[in-house]
Design a protein around this ligand. Sequence first.
Ligand SMILES: C[S@@+](CC[C@H](N)C(=O)[O-])C[C@H]1O[C@@H](n2cnc3c(N)ncnc32)[C@H](O)[C@@H]1O
Length: 463
Amino acid sequence: MDYNEFLFKDNIKFEYVKSVIGSGYETQVADLALRDKVAYRAARKNMQIHSAIILKINDKFSGFFTFEVNHEAKEFCLLQSAMELDMKDKDIYSQMVNEIIKQNTFGYPMIMTVSTKHDLECPKVFEKLGFKTYLNLSGFEYMVYGTFDQIRMKRLCHSTMTNTWLSTKADWLKMKKEWNEKIELSGKKYNIKNPKFASRDGCWQGNNGMANIVLAKQSIENGKIKDDKNKTLNGNASVLDPVVCECIIRFFMPTNGKNIYNPFGGGVQMGFIAGSYKYEYLASEIRQNQCDVNNIICQDFKNVKWIKSDSSKYKPNKKYDLCFSCPPYYKVEEYIDYDGIIPDGELNSFPTYEKFRDTLFEGYKNAIDVLNDNCFFVVMTGDSRDKNGAYYGCEAEHELYFKNQGLHIYNKIIYLECEFTRLAHAKITLNYRKFPKREQKILVFYKGDIDKIKELYPTIGRL
Ligand SMILES: C[S@@+](CC[C@H](N)C(=O)[O-])C[C@H]1O[C@@H](n2cnc3c(N)ncnc32)[C@H](O)[C@@H]1O
C-alpha cells in the first residue's frame, strides 16, 4: 500500500511477512526491538517465528508489528511493535495497525495489551482504530477489536489465574453484578421476589449467627416514620456466586460437553448460568419450594430443570459431562420447604455429622456413576465447627472420599470473600484462638485419564 499522497513526500510502504524468521528482516527487527526497549521480546527467536508487518519509509526499514493468528484458540494476537526512534509518528503507526487488521480475514477477536505510558502502543491510538478496553490491570489495558463475548474467557482467566479466587476484585464484582441483574430481571418477569435468594426465607445462619432476613425498610411519610413490615433479605443466606458458576462451566466443561448434573441443587444460580450458555442442566433438590421458584425463573431456558428428590436415593437416567454441587455445610443453615417443614432426608436435619456425611457421599456416589469419563466433578464446600468449636473435617473427608472412588484430586481452589463481617467476629473469637472463616473451597476432582485434558477441553489462548 502506498500512502505517499496522504503523508507529505515520504514514501510509506507496508510489507507482510509470514514469519520474521526467514524474511530477511530478522536482524533489523531484533536491533530495533532492543533499542525500543518495550518491544525487546521481538528480538527473541521464539517470538520471531510469528508474522509481521514491516514498515518502510522511503524504502528504509523503519518499524515492525508482529502478530500471531491462533486457529486453535480462534484468536488474533497483536504482539510487539516499534518504530525507528527518530521517525515515530502516530498516523503512520495507526496505518501499520490497519494493515494488520486487514490480515484478519477469519473474524477472530484481535487482542492487544497496551499501556498508557507508551507513546504509540497506547489506549488512545487503538481506541481510534476501533479497539475496546475489556480489562484494566496495573497500568495495562487489555483491548479487543471484536466483541466482549469473544474475550469473556480471558476476563475469567484474569479474575482467577491462581488457585485463590478473590471475589472482591473489581472485574469480578462487575461480572457478578451483570449476572445478578439478569437474574433479577427474570424474577421480575415471572413475579418472583428476591430471585437470588428465593425460597431461602427460612434459612438461618445457625443459632448464634445472623438471620438472613431483616425487618428492614423505614421511610418518612407525612412527617412520620413508617416501617415497611415486609421482610427483606439481608444477603446472609449462602447464595452461590454466579461468577464462580461461570468459571466452573467455562473451565471444566469439555469442548463437546452438553450437560451438567447437580445432586444438591439449591439456588437458581448454576442453572441460570448453565442455561445462558445453552447447556442442559439437571439438579436434584429435596425442597419443592426451591425447585418451583427455580423452575419458574429459568423457564425461558431449554432443558434447565430442578426435580424434587433425595439425591442419596436418586440417580439420573443418563450420563453427564460435568457434575457440580454446593452441598449443605453441616448445620450452617436450615432448609425448609412449604409450610415450614424440613423434608425427610434433608442433610442438615440429621442429628450427627457422621449421618450427614454418609448421606451426602451417597448422593455423590450416584452422581459419580453418571459422570462421563474424562470429566470433572466440582464441589464447592466449606467446613463447619461442632458445638465445641472444632472443625468437623468435612473438606478433608471430601478429598479422601473422591480419591477412594478413583477420581483424581485435581484442584483445590480457595474462594475468598470480603473480610468485613469477619473482622467484627474476630474481636470476639480471637480470644478463643479462633480465626473467622473467610474462605470456601472449590474442590475439583477428575474422573479419567489426566493426559486427555489438554485435548478434550477448549484452548485458553494467549493471556
Ligand atoms: C447449601 S444449599 C446449596 C447452596 C447453594 N450454594 C445455593 O446457592 O443455594 C444445599 C441444598 O441441598 C439441599 N438438600 C439437602 N439435603 C438434600 C438431599 N438429601 N437431596 C437433595 N438436596 C438436598 C438443600 O435443600 C439445599 O437447597
